[in-house]
Design a protein around this ligand. Structure first.
Ligand code: NDP
Ligand code: HSE
Length: 435
């Protein structure tokens, strides 16, 4: 049988890994796909730049449009990233009747709705397993493996760079900037690393997972997004003393009134498996009504690990080349005409418990003032820790019971207005992530 010809756009970290995995495992992959997969062409902006893969048998070009316009190519693999040229290339490839595989979460989260509609019209597939949690097959697990469930919530460590930074800070007391530089050198970070640190990358991934979990259109701009750049060694240590770990989580929950969609640093009990996911590893807990909680764990970034997901998508498409477009697995798990307009809840309506770190002056009555304000806003204190005087200020650490966010916003505003509280309060939301 004739081989399937693919064209790869971008030969950086993931592109090189894809060439390496396809080459190294070609026999095993052909046995699975039922056809040989031939890397017919590849494009990269700078062909003189050394590549981490063998390109000697590939017809290379520095013009990616040559690849997507090549009539021999059936599958275009977009590994350039971003929403600029990558969007033009993917759109044109679909217009040309080609299937697309991409690792580009920004593109899918922000433009997936229109791209999927176009793909459906043209009878082609856009596959994006590598866009969420690197090598973990979480899209396939949710879209197919959990198809019998009503998904209630999911929570995940879905940015390898951020988890690497938090782990190194906690385990080795390393400096934030120093660990970030290492993550960049290892190829984990996005082209703009603020995407990793400020939660934008995680919000892209969470947006995609939430749509697949709940059958709603992609709504990236409604995702609440908070990064890890304000997390200090102090908070990491206090959390540990109280039996918690700070993780940067993406959380999507189906509530009666809508869907919570939020990315923020989160305290989770250290006994939870997900609290012990370290380094560049990712993990996602998905709670289905029938199966209960399930956990998916693996490398969230890196060359070969991400290539594993890219190649799996290529194999899926090759296997499905002869099936009717109507009979393929829908992009967002639910049939396109069955998506719901369930609202995404504003953050101030979300209910969680909190970790608060309050630096106060060492004067009588300050704790009484703080507890009075919390009590007036209906906030119950679960635990309280007063540390030694630290440069003239006394750190007070509190864990609260669950409260609606708008009450906590009001309480924080009032406490910060006290003369005895000179610094901004550090607030970190908490999740128990119990079954
Ligand atoms: P890299 O920057 O390592 O690779 C991108 C490659 O595309 C570079 O070689 C770049 O060249 C090239 N390129 C840029 N513009 C063009 C163009 N117009 N035509 C042809 N080639 C071009 O990025 P990654 O491999 O890390 O990421 C690729 C995608 O995979 C992104 O969407 C990313 O979010 C996603 N991803 C990355 C993971 C990772 O671990 N790195 C994991 C999961 C997903 P140049 O270097 O000269 O700019
Ligand atoms: N920059 C991303 C991360 C790559 O660190 O998780 C994988 O999507």
């Amino acid at each position: 049988m004739q081989s399937v010809k693919i064209g790869i756009l971008g030969l950086g970290t993931v592109g090189s890994g894809t060439v390496n995995v396809l080459t190294r495992n070609s026999r095993e992959i052909s046995r699975r796909a039922g056809r040989d997969i031939e890397i017919y062409r590849a494009a990269d902006r700078d062909l003189d730049k050394p590549k981490s893969c063998d390109t000697s048998n590939i017809n290379l070009t520095d013009d990616a449009f040559e690849v997507i316009n090549d009539p021999e190519i059936q599958i275009v693999v977009e590994l350039i990233g971003g929403t600029g040229i990558a969007k033009d290339l993917v759109t044109q490839a679909i217009e040309n009747g080609k299937h697309v595989v991409t690792a580009n979460k920004a593109l899918i989260a922000m433009h997936g709705n229109e791209l999927f509609a176009l793909a459906q019209e043209k009878g082609v597939t856009i596959a994006f397993e590598a866009a969420v949690a690197g090598g973990i097959p979480i899209i396939k697990a949710m879209r197919e493996g959990l198809a019998g469930n009503r998904i209630e919530w999911l929570a995940g460590i879905i940015n390898g760079t951020g988890n690497f930074i938090l782990t190194e800070m906690r385990e080795k007391g390393r400096d934030f900037a120093d660990v970030l530089a290492e993550a960049q050198a290892l190829g984990y970070a996005e082209a703009d690393p603020t995407f990793d640190i400020e939660g934008i990358d995680a919000a892209h991934k969470l947006t995609i997972m939430a749509s697949i979990a709940f059958g709603i259109p992609l709504q990236y701009y409604k995702c609440y997004t908070e990064g890890i750049s304000k997390i200090s060694q102090e908070d990491v240590q206090y959390a540990a003393e109280l039996g918690y770990r700070i993780k940067h989580l993406g959380i999507a929950k189906k509530m009666d009134s809508g869907v919570e969609l939020r990315v923020h640093p989160t305290l989770i009990p250290e006994r939870r498996l997900i609290a012990n996911v370290n380094g560049v590893m990712n993990a996602v807990v998905v709670k289905g009504d029938a199966v209960g909680p399930t956990l998916y764990y693996g490398a969230g970034a890196g060359s070969d690990a991400t290539a594993s997901a890219v190649v799996a998508d290529i194999v899926d498409i090759v296997r499905a080349l002869t099936t009717d477009p109507e009979n393929r697995v829908p992009h967002l798990a639910f049939q396109p005409d069955a998506l719901k307009d369930t609202p995404i809840l504003p953050m101030n309506e979300v209910v969680t418990s909190y970790y608060l770190r309050i630096h106060t002056l060492d004067v009588p009555g300050v704790l009484a003032d703080i507890t009075r304000i919390l009590s007036d806003e209906g906030i119950n204190i679960e635990a309280i820790l007063q540390k030694e005087d630290h440069g003239g200020l006394v750190p007070i650490i509190m864990l609260t019971q669950a409260v609606v966010e708008k009450n906590m916003d009001r309480a924080i505003e009032q406490i910060e207005a006290l003369d005895t509280v000179p610094d901004a309060i550090m607030r970190i939301r908490m999740e128990s992530l119990g079954g």
